[in-house]
Ligand binder design. Structure first.
Ligand code: FEO
Ligand code: CA
Ligand code: CA
Ligand code: CA
Length: 593
């Protein structure tokens, strides 16, 4: 039994003091041990990490960059032995590579990439599957685990579902429209009830350069997704990332990817039935009738909340029977009505406005241009939907809306104009059935500093100056049904605090109370989080430490490889900062939080 905290809180720990420095901080009585750093070996033959002499080949055998989603697939039902699955969302060249930044006054210029650098970046993207084991209370990486695997921007994948093989997905290299290399910008994700790993492709637009041929049929489609964006230089060395040379390639990204972790040589599947947009994550739950429901956010200002309901049902006794459940089902987009009701509108070819008249000739067109289909259905334009988490314990669903400073007009579901700090919506599906097409919703929290009246934050009065947060992003629900929220973008300069992991009460008198459990080093974003089923371990992912570290006095500016504001977690002169996964355990054992 656990003592309840103040005013019926389901959490019982002494919170961390908010602030900013070069270290991570965990609540008193807990250990936070770095488990996996960028460059760490994943295989018995992985080369030692040598940051000044990195190669694409070495990187492909080492833990990738910018760990984001963290999932755990138990081996034999254990909470002490399993496969850790981790997304590597993107790369920060100025923090990764020595000698590429030129400094003039306050201005940083990053040198143009060469082929080798681009290939390292591509190998640092994707995901990791790695066996881990808890021994004597501490987690260890099993570098000879038979299922250990790196997935990169070059891993061969199969396109499946309604858009597979469609002309709009065919390229010179792949006339079949079913084979694609790699996955990129995998943000949050999920683990399915049948134990596969889901990687969500988010900001894929940043990887494309070039200009579409004049009057190309994809012009309107790509404009809606911001393609090409040219943040990365891959297209200067790999033609498929140049839309003037391979105009259909962007249609092969922006999907949900499913990986069978049991076979390290399995071909990951891009599941087109779940739509194409800037997928944040894909957390799932089994409905009472056995269908499986996936909640999906499209992380862009004024974009939408979706869910996918499988046509088939989950069979807990036959793993193989579940392996293609994600190829058939219904994709819905959310309309949050002002009266607190919610309608899930099906995105089905031939229904409503999704017809030839509007340029849709099949379900393939609907999923390729999911955003335009949802526009036509007049779905509710949201303040950047991030991770969405169903909660089996209380039957509700939590939607993280990170912020939207461009919103001019508030509405019921996005109640603040110039929404700088974001909010969290709680959904109750009709009858507590996750597959329902109707429900109700309310705002659980308007985020931001509650001591500043104009911010309009709605944390409970029990929430201390350390416990409030802005920019909810990833989240998790633990085995006791408690909500954990990690944040992205709390500015040290504006708020005197870094991002962190917060414990948020959703029930009873304590509803809306938040406490800070862990905070990241300067410049980092807090990803993960994950609490294992036995409640004895939490994993968190510290992403891009030192990035933007110049944003706080005392940490130097500018911040780049040779002049880092922090060298977390090694603090060695010959080591740059390294995004890392951290394992949190209670000293002497016991429940997290
Ligand atoms: Fe990659 Fe939406 O955060
Ligand atoms: Ca995120
Ligand atoms: Ca999550
Ligand atoms: Ca984010």
């Amino acid at each position: 039994a656990h003592a309840e905290g103040a005013a019926g809180s389901k959490f019982d720990f002494t919170e961390v003091e908010a602030g900013v420095d070069e270290m991570h901080h965990i609540a008193e009585g807990y250990d936070a041990d770095v488990l996996l750093r960028w460059g760490d070996p994943l295989f018995a033959d992985s080369p030692e990490f040598d940051p000044a002499n990195q190669t694409p080949e070495a990187q492909a055998r080492q833990f990738g960059y910018n760990n984001d989603y963290v999932g755990f697939i138990p081996i034999d039902g254990s909470s002490e032995h399993g496969l850790l699955v981790v997304n590597h969302e993107y790369t920060n060249e100025h923090l990764m590579f020595p000698g590429i930044v030129k400094v003039e006054g306050d201005k940083l210029t990053v040198a143009a990439a060469d082929r080798k650098r681009v290939d390292i970046e591509m190998a640092a993207h994707g995901g990791t599957v790695v066996e881990i084991r808890k021994q004597d209370g501490k987690w260890q990486v099993v570098t000879d685990g038979a299922r250990n695997r790196r997935i990169t921007a070059g891993t061969e994948m199969e396109l499946r579902g309604p858009a597979a093989g469609h002309a709009r997905l065919q390229t010179k290299a792949d006339p079949s429209g079913t084979r694609v290399f790699g996955t990129i910008n995998n943000c949050a994700g999920g683990v399915t009830p049948w134990g596969t790993y889901i990687m969500a492709e988010e900001n894929f637009h940043g990887y494309f350069v070039g200009e579409l041929p004049a009057d190309h049929r994809e012009a309107q489609n790509y404009e809606r997704y911001g393609v090409p964006d040219g943040s990365y230089e891959w297209g200067n060395f790999h033609d498929r990332f140049d839309v003037s040379k391979e105009p259909n390639e962007p249609n092969r990204f922006g999907w949900v990817v499913e990986v069978d972790v049991e076979d390290p040589n399995s071909v990951p599947k891009k599941r087109t039935a779940l739509g194409r947009f800037k997928h944040e994550g894909a957390e799932s739950i089994v409905a009472p009738d056995g269908r499986v429901v996936f909640y999906l956010g499209d992380d862009e200002r004024f974009d939408y909340v979706y869910k996918f309901v499988t046509a088939g049902t989950y069979n807990p006794d036959d793993r193989a029977a579940n392996m293609d459940l994600l190829d058939e089902g219904t994709l819905y987009v959310a309309k949050f009505e002002d009266d607190g009701s919610l309608t899930w509108m099906p995105l089905v070819f031939g229904e409503g406005k999704l017809t030839a008249e509007n340029g849709f000739t099949s379900q393939a067109d609907v999923v390729i241009e999911t955003r335009r289909a949802a526009d036509l259905l007049e779905a509710t334009k949201m303040d950047r939907p991030e991770d969405i988490q169903p909660n089996e314990t209380n039957g509700r669903v939590y939607v993280m809306l990170t912020n939207n400073t461009k919103r001019e007009e508030a509405d019921a579901a996005n109640p603040r104009a110039k929404n700088a700090f974001g909010h969290i919506i709680e959904i109750a599906e009709d009858g507590g059935e996750f597959a329902a097409t109707k429900g109700t919703w309310e705002v659980l929290l308007q985020c931001g500093d509650p001591s500043v009246a104009e911010v309009g934050a709605t944390f409970s009065t029990e929430t201390t100056k350390n416990g409030w947060f802005g920019m909810p992003d990833n989240c998790a629900v633990d085995a006791e049904g408690r909500l954990w929220v990690s944040t992205d973008g709390n500015s040290p300069k504006a708020t005197g605090r870094t991002d962190g992991l917060f414990a948020v009460d959703t029930e009873g008198a304590a509803r809306g109370t938040s406490k800070l459990f862990f905070r990241v080093p300067v410049g980092a974003e807090m990803c993960g989080p994950l609490i294992l089923p036995d409640m004895q371990t939490a994993f968190v992912a510290v992403q891009h430490p030192a990035d933007g570290g110049e944003d706080w006095e005392g940490f130097g500016r500018p911040s780049y490889y040779e002049d880092l504001s922090t060298r977390w977690p090694d603090f060695k002169d010959n080591m740059p900062v390294r995004p890392s996964v951290v394992a949190i355990t209670k000293q002497g054992g016991g429940r997290i939080g």
